[in-house]
Design a protein around this ligand. Structure first.
Ligand code: ADP
Ligand code: X2W
Length: 259
């Protein structure tokens, strides 16, 4: 069974064309690939935090998460965004089931070493049996990135980190769908999209500042996934119609991350 882990973030969520969801349903129907969705929703979380007058800051693309922030993160991701994605897949003719990483120990987590980030977690284990059961029922799993530790404490997990963990556990291809056509690099004042980027190049671009903000956890997660049995990782633009189908058809699209 070939799994395709599709991660889309808040950057593109509101702008994804309806055809993007239809493409996911089509891919599932054709049967070669089993789509598993992991989503983010960072900007929507920030919006609600601002409305509630709760301060929010990021360190290297990760949100500092106090317990007040954590409540809002869970509300937005596992409530609003997760159900919106399930609903849209239904409108596109598919059947999806929304799950948070909290449900059925789907994302077993531990706190990040960086305690300055508060309740931010990393994934220790993924309950792939649950995902496989759902997939066998011809349902598309839609996963929100909140994890639980052994004591039942919840953690905010970056969506890219969660998607890489799911891809690693399933050994599937990983597709980061974002609002940019790939990773760009400025060469003599001109922005160029890279068709492929290697681990040493990524590391250098983080140091030079060419890769910044939300792109940092994305490329780090991509490299981590590649080091553990994920056959392919690509970053592509969800606003570009047909981009996902193009990727599953083996065409060169977006930026491929390689070791
Ligand atoms: N070198 C780069 N190439 C492309 N995007 C970059 C780069 N460095 C930083 N970014 C930023 O990363 C963003 C994507 O990350 P993020 O906003 O977290 O997206 P998502 O919500 O899809 O996870 C882009 O919109 C862009 O602003
Ligand atoms: C720890 C951490 O940063 N968690 C993210 C979870 C959502 C997310 O990853 O959203 P995007 O995919 O839209 O970036 C956050 O709180 O914003």
């Amino acid at each position: 069974m070939k799994y395709l882990i599709i991660k889309f973030g808040g950057s593109v969520l509101e702008e994804l064309p309806f055809s993007f969801y239809q493409d996911i349903v089509d891919i599932q129907r054709r049967g070669e690939w089993k789509p598993v969705i992991v989503h983010g929703g960072g900007p929507l979380i920030s919006e609600l935090l601002t409305q509630l007058n709760i301060e929010t800051t990021f360190v290297n693309g990760m949100r500092k998460t106090t317990s007040d922030v954590l409540d809002v993160v869970e509300m937005v991701l596992s409530g609003k965004v997760n159900k919106q994605v399930v609903r849209t897949l239904k409108q596109a003719g598919g059947q999806a089931i929304g799950m948070s990483g909290v449900d059925g120990d789907l994302l077993q987590a531990s706190p990040l070493q960086d305690s300055a980030l508060g309740y931010v977690g990393q994934v220790e284990e993924v309950n792939i049996y649950l995902i496989k059961q759902v997939v066998e029922q011809d349902l598309i799993p839609v996963i929100s990135p909140i994890g639980l530790d052994e004591q039942g404490e919840r953690y905010n997990i970056n969506g890219d980190v969660a998607a890489a963990a799911v891809a690693k556990a399933l050994g599937g291809k990983l597709c980061f769908v974002s609002n940019i056509p790939g990773i760009y690099k400025e060469v003599e004042g001109v922005k160029q999209i890279l068709t492929q980027v290697t681990k040493p190049e990524v590391e250098e671009m983080i140091v030079s500042g060419d890769i910044k903000e939300g792109m940092i956890p994305k490329v780090k997660a991509a490299l981590e996934a590649l080091m553990f049995a994920v056959p392919e990782v690509v970053i592509l633009n969800g606003k570009e119609k047909g981009s996902l189908v193009s990727f599953t058809s083996g065409n060169e699209i977006g930026t491929k991350v390689v070791l």
